[in-house]
Design a protein around this ligand. Structure first.
Ligand code: NAD
Length: 358
């Protein structure tokens, strides 16, 4: 694999390989862009089949964070880390402390947090070796699990999109197909249910489905059947790449809006949704609640009320994306990219203004 040509393709700044034989640590940290601030992005632990697969994933995820933070109005750049390993078997105190030391070595250019395969508790261990970690449970003034705030941002984002599609934001009486009842999906189900939506849900873990069925008035279908459910809104809250050649013809909704990262298998699926008249809420715009929540730690001690006020940017951003998409007849995912790139370019330029010596 030609590393520099991969980095050059989307102008990545830095790729760092971290190895510690004793603890078994094999980690890769990617810093995509620090124009707006330090590269913020979680650490994913996953049993990648090859080093190349891990590199491709960390690069893709780091670039996604640049766009997510830029769109969310944060003073943060984009980065991500991956630890190659099985989160069920390979975790240890030494592994996360070794990782923390490598993060500390970057001296604040990269700030980490939890992600798929890592937890708030793992990050509490990382904290023992570096200041550059957030979303913690053990540290006073930290923001903890971002999922409930991600769910609030997605719920408000869905309402903004509903307003654009049906002329009113209320979700009462809307049929919503929700794929995935994990950390975000569970909280989201509660908000949607409380607003009077009719929920049809699916998850591959039966306990999660049973819990939601017990607590809320929902109908459940088999995981593979969720794409075929006639509904107003399809909410992906599980996997990436679920908007693909197989599912595209099956969706019977007018709106796709949910928290899952990287929902479009390829850009052309975003083009197809646009042609079909199905409104797609760009994933990194609607799911930014988590990163907005964690970034609040950099405004002093974490303040949940302040973080929730900042999350209000999500419905505003979606309204702007939809407005430009309709005005210029451009798919929403492209509009989101253009708006994020414009913010980075504009704010990057103002950094050229010379400040007097202090
Ligand atoms: P999670 O792992 O807690 O939940 C995912 C759920 O999806 C699990 O319950 C899993 O069993 C289920 N699932 C997996 N495959 C499925 C399938 N084929 N059909 C139905 N269900 C399936 O993860 P999460 O934290 O809730 O995140 C959900 C999505 O949102 C992910 O794509 C994540 O990257 C994204 N996201 C999460 C946050 C956050 O704050 N947690 C922030 C931004 C984006």
């Amino acid at each position: 694999m030609e590393i520099f040509s991969c980095l050059g393709k989307h102008n990545y700044e830095q790729l760092v390989f971290c190895q510690d034989k004793e603890s078994g640590l094999k980690a890769i940290i990617a810093i995509h862009d620090t124009t707006l601030g330090p590269a913020l992005g979680g650490t994913r632990m996953w049993p990648y089949a090859s080093e190349e697969e891990a590199i491709v994933d960390v690069l893709r995820l780091a670039r996604g964070m640049t766009y997510k933070s830029a769109a969310a109005g944060l003073d943060m750049g984009g980065g991500k880390a991956v630890i190659i390993g099985d989160p069920h078997k390979d975790k240890s105190e030494a592994l996360f402390r070794a990782f923390g030391r490598f993060v500390e070595g970057l001296n604040g250019r990269y700030i980490t947090a939890e992600d798929v395969g890592t937890t708030v508790e793992d990050m509490d261990i990382v904290l023992r070796e570096t200041r550059h970690v957030c979303g913690l449970g053990a540290k006073a003034g930290s923001s903890g699990d971002p999922s409930p705030v991600t769910a609030i941002g997605v719920w408000k984002g869905i309402k903004a999109c509903a307003g654009a599609v049906w002329g009113e934001e209320s979700l009462a009486g809307k049929t919503i197909a929700l794929q995935g009842l994990g950390k975000v999906g569970y909280h989201l189900a509660r908000h949607l249910h409380d607003e009077g939506a009719r929920l049809i849900v699916a998850d591959i873990i039966t306990d999660r489905v049973d819990r939601v069925k017990r607590e809320l008035n929902v109908q459940a279908v088999a995981p593979e059947a969720i794409y075929d459910v006639p509904c107003d809104i399809f909410v992906p809250a599980a996997l990436g790449a679920i908007l693909n050649d197989d599912t595209m013809g099956r969706l019977g909704c007018r709106l796709v809006a949910g928290p899952a990262n990287n929902q479009l298998a390829e850009d052309r699926h975003g083009d197809l949704l646009h042609q079909k008249g199905i409104l797609y809420a760009p994933d990194y715009v609607i799911n930014a609640g988590g990163v907005i929540n964690v970034a609040d730690e950099f405004n002093g001690a974490y303040d949940r009320e302040r973080a929730l006020r900042a999350v209000e940017i999500i419905p505003r951003n979606l309204a702007e994306v939809i407005r430009v998409s309709r005005r210029d007849n451009i798919p929403t995912y492209k509009v989101a990219d253009l708006l994020a790139e414009k913010r980075i370019a504009t704010l990057g330029r103002i950094k050229n203004i010379l400040l007097p010596c202090r």
